[in-house]
Design a protein around this ligand. Structure first.
Ligand code: PLP
Length: 396
């Protein structure tokens, strides 16, 4: 715990926000910072939640502990609707979210593993590995046992795959860069993992934001991936379930350790030991997301957020700010050459009262970048971009 880099991103952002409010209590701060969802649940999902709750208050409808692996109907539905039946229902493990599954995967793999992460990336891959003791000493914000794979505009946000490691954390569409890897790139990743006996932990939390039909939404769309990959996903961003909590993890039966034993057996053991199943009520709502009506409404929710991404991108383009993402992902990644992320963050907060996320908080290669999230309200997003334009950030 002591090794965790102190002043973690979001507490530091809040500290600075508070400081501004103390100096300027009337400041109307708009947050395009954290990736938290803001729009209400869709009506079909709310009906399912209500119905499932009411049923719990009846003798016939009450249920207690369910299968730790999840409601069989939901496992089947996910297998059929999101994986076209190419993944067996028994390879789908329902959970309380992708972050929680990442933590449990870290528990399963333990401390004696070598690790590669995209740089920049979602901080949990590194921080969770630090907690389990898998990272070694830190120097200049990097851990000695972690291989940081730089993802920059210069390499189309796809890293040079060169170092063999036991685990490769890979997130596409990526948080924070908004880059969605192409089929060719993912082929290369899977090929590399196969050659080196690595296991890919593929984070597809933003897969439903992919618009480009040529870009795979799941790693299992890539030939050979079932032998080398685990996939985590959730309804957090897709259906506004950040506070409701429902996710899943795919562990294919063909995925084996180097001694030939199947990983799925260990994952089943982990899930039945330190997890007691996702909420019965919420799993019913998960089924509603995936039926015809639910899916249609969910797509609308995604479109709403992606319109915000367009607004952010257009604003940045008009200001002449180099930016990436925001097309197949709900994050826009803006570059400020010659500036430090935290300086740009402060400039935007102090002068425009707009909260963003400093890119350096996602890894060393995020320095000089800022992440804009499209998970706000449309009106707030428009106003925020107007204010940022007015402070002429690039001219300073
Ligand atoms: N994975 C990525 C890449 C994320 O950005 C997030 C949340 O921001 C998560 C996982 C967490 O998802 P969940 O809410 O399902 O735990």
């Amino acid at each position: 715990m002591e090794k965790l880099i102190s002043g973690y991103l979001f507490p530091e952002i809040n500290k600075r926000k508070k400081a501004l409010l103390e100096m300027n209590p009337k400041a109307k701060i708009i947050s395009l910072g954290i990736g938290n969802t803001t729009q209400p649940l869709t009506s079909h999902v709310v009906s399912a939640l209500k119905e499932a709750s009411v049923a719990m208050g009846t003798k016939e409808g009450y249920s207690g502990y369910g299968d730790e692996q999840g409601l069989p109907a939901l496992r089947k539905k996910i297998s059929e609707t999101l994986y076209n039946g190419t993944i067996g229902a028994d390879e789908v493990f329902i959970s309380d979210g992708a972050k929680c599954d990442i933590g449990r995967l870290q528990l399963m793999f333990g401390h004696d593993v070598s690790i590669a992460v995209q740089d920049p990336s979602y901080p949990v891959y590194v921080d969770g590995s630090v907690i389990i003791g898998a990272t070694g000493k830190s120097k200049d914000g990097q851990f000695e046992k972690i291989h940081y794979m730089k993802c920059l505009p210069e390499n189309d946000f796809f890293p040079k795959l060169e170092k063999k490691t036991d685990l490769i954390y890979f997130c596409s569409p990526n948080n924070p860069t908004g880059a969605a890897s192409t089929r060719e790139q993912l082929n290369e990743l899977v090929e590399f993992a196969r050659k080196n006996n690595s296991i890919i932990i593929f984070d597809a939390a933003y897969s439903e934001f992919i618009k480009d039909k040529k870009i795979p939404k799941t790693i299992f769309d890539i030939e050979g991936a079932k032998d080398v990959a685990i996939e985590v996903n959730s309804f957090s961003k897709t259906a506004g379930f950040t506070g409701v909590r429902l996710g899943w993890c795919i562990v294919p039966k063909g995925l084996k350790y180097s001694d030939g034993s199947p990983v799925i057996n260990d994952w089943n053991r982990i899930m039945t030991t330190v997890f007691n199943g996702a909420s019965n009520i919420v799993q019913k709502a998960g089924l509603a997301i995936l039926d015809k009506k639910g899916w249609k409404e969910t797509k609308k929710l995604i479109d709403y957020y992606m319109k915000n991404a367009e607004i952010i991108k257009k604003g940045l383009d008009e200001m002449g700010i180099e930016n990436y993402g925001g097309v197949n992902a709900p994050y826009v990644w803006a570059r400020f050459p010659g500036k430090k992320s935290w300086d740009v963050f402060s400039e935007m907060l102090d002068n425009a009262h707009v909260v963003t996320t400093p890119g350096s908080g996602f890894g060393p290669a995020g320095e000089g970048f800022i992440r804009f999230s499209s998970f706000g309200n449309k009106e707030d997003t428009i106003e925020a971009m107007k204010r940022v334009k007015e402070i002429k950030i690039m001219k300073k």
